[in-house]
Design a protein around this ligand. Structure first.
Ligand SMILES: [Zn+2]
Length: 487
């Protein structure tokens, strides 16, 4: 007994020593010491131009037949009319009728180009919520220093932010060294199959290999949400994958008065329960990476927790069960969403199906997810098939390569109060995935402050403060200058 106690005691001591050592050596800051840069935007009507763009109902309707494609063409014409220098100096291509690709040719073709990405479509307004908007979603209203409307943050502000930045630089007679591709898809909210995917293929076929690409998918948020004093700039370096798996069971059918011991529905139910109960393994690498970035802001005990997440996996397993956000950040998620069986209460099911939606953790694949699910079901009567578009997780982009360093330096230069920069993971999907083959690294970040508790992305009362939008433009101006200066 004594020996067991002492062994346990040594183990605990070792663990404690290891944990403390980890905490003390924890945190690698990529913050560079830079001076703030003041960019004076001189063009008139910058906020009004975005507000007017929000009046174009470029809505990605669920059913393709309901999409008003002519509105996209009208938006193209609006851009042509409002950005005369871009029209004059950049090469514009309309890709697959409704997406836009601009090429701003650099003077040094030895340097890798850069992708500035965003999308022109918006999600619909949920029917019945129109009267909850303080300003109508397509009114183009500006009131009290705020631009209101669907697309104000997702994602017309970056389409117009990029355009205003390039127009500003052209007006300054700026000649870029690198080539910049401005790519604006028209169906991001539907997964981008007709827009960004086609642009990505076009660039790939031309042999483009960009230094980096920057797209939507992260904002500046109030740090107090995470208990920090400084704001947080979420520069997301990875994106979860996506797959919906259909589980199906074929039964004999017949009258429900004389059933077999199991029907297609009961077999299917066991399968769904098994998938739900068999959680995917916990992976703390994303949390650790994010924790490292904020380490400078943490107390020693908090650092000790973050530095030892690997050791704490069993505890995280338990906590994640009750915390959907923690769960989503640490493993491939499992969400049973659809079920169907017999069409009538007294008819035995001939065919029963369930759909389970998974968001796949970087490091895993569609294939490994499917194998894990089949293994959890362990019943050959249940067929598992992939339905709809699925995507593997994007490769994790570097936090030490020049693209990341340029972005982080730019954030610090244009922010009056430097936010803590956190290389996070996006749980939803963006068009970024369509550019994996044409860029060494891809980052998901828009320099705009949003309040995540307000749910403005896809929500009611989508809006952006005028000052925040002007900062988005300043960010893109400085980003291009910094990118040109880097080798
Ligand atoms: Zn978007």
């Amino acid at each position: 007994m004594k020996q067991v106690f002492s062994l346990l005691g040594i183990a605990i001591l070792l663990l404690f020593a290891y944990a403390t050592f980890n905490a003390m050596n924890f945190g690698s800051s990529t913050e560079q010491s830079v001076d703030d840069v003041i960019i004076e935007l001189k063009r008139e009507n910058i906020p009004e131009r975005l507000a007017e763009a929000l009046m174009f109902k470029t809505i990605s309707e669920q059913d393709k037949a309901d999409i008003d494609y002519e509105t996209f063409v009208a938006l193209h014409a609006y851009i042509d009319a409002e950005f005369p220098l871009i029209r004059e100096k950049l090469t514009k291509e309309v890709v697959n009728d409704y997406s836009l690709l601009y090429t701003w040719q650099g003077s040094n073709s030895d340097l890798q180009p850069v992708l500035l990405l965003s999308h022109m479509d918006v999600v619909p307004v949920v029917p019945g919520t129109e009267d909850k908007w303080l300003h109508q979603p397509f009114s183009g209203d500006i009131a009290d220093g705020v631009i209101w409307g669907r697309g104000a943050v997702d994602d017309k502000l970056s389409v117009f932010g990029i355009l205003e930045a390039v127009e500003y630089l052209l007006d300054e007679n700026y000649q870029p060294k690198r080539t910049y591709y401005l790519a604006f898809g028209h169906d991001e909210e539907k997964g981008g199959p007709d827009g960004a995917k086609k642009i990505g293929e076009l660039l790939r076929d031309r042999g483009v290999k960009a230094l980096y690409g920057i797209d939507e998918g992260g904002f500046v948020i109030d740090g107090s949400i995470a208990g920090l004093e400084r704001d947080i700039a979420m520069v997301n370096v990875s994106e979860k994958g996506y797959v919906s798996l259909q589980l199906s069971v074929t039964g004999a059918g017949g009258h429900s008065s004389a059933p077999l011991a199991e029907t297609a529905v009961s077999i299917l139910s066991h399968a769904v329960a098994n998938v739900s109960d068999n959680k995917f393994p916990v992976d703390t690498s994303v949390l650790t990476r994010m924790g490292e970035a904020v380490a400078g802001e943490l107390l020693l005990y908090q650092k000790a927790i973050i530095a030892n997440l690997g050791l704490l996996e069993p505890i995280i397993e338990v906590v994640a069960e009750k915390n959907p956000l923690l769960n989503a950040f640490t493993r491939t998620s499992t969400a049973p969403t659809m079920l169907s069986g017999s069409p009538k209460e007294n008819v035995l099911p001939i065919f029963a199906t369930a759909v389970i939606n998974h968001r796949i953790m970087p490091g895993e694949t569609i294939e490994s997810t499917m194998a894990f699910v089949e293994n959890a079901i362990d019943d050959e009567r249940v067929k598992v098939t992939v339905i709809n578009e699925s995507t593997d997780p994007s490769p994790v982009s570097s936090t030490t390569d020049s693209g990341y360093l340029i972005i982080t330096k730019t954030i610090q230069q244009v922010s009056s109060e430097d936010p803590v920069i956190v290389p996070g993971m996006l749980q939803a999907g963006t068009d970024t995935k369509h550019y994996v083959e044409v860029a060494d690294n891809l980052y998901r970040f828009i320099f705009t402050k949003v309040d995540p508790t307000e749910n403005v992305v896809h929500g009611t009362n989508e809006r952006v403060e005028v000052e925040s939008y002007l900062n988005t433009i300043r960010f893109f101006v400085q980003l291009i200058i910094n990118t040109d200066e880097s080798q």
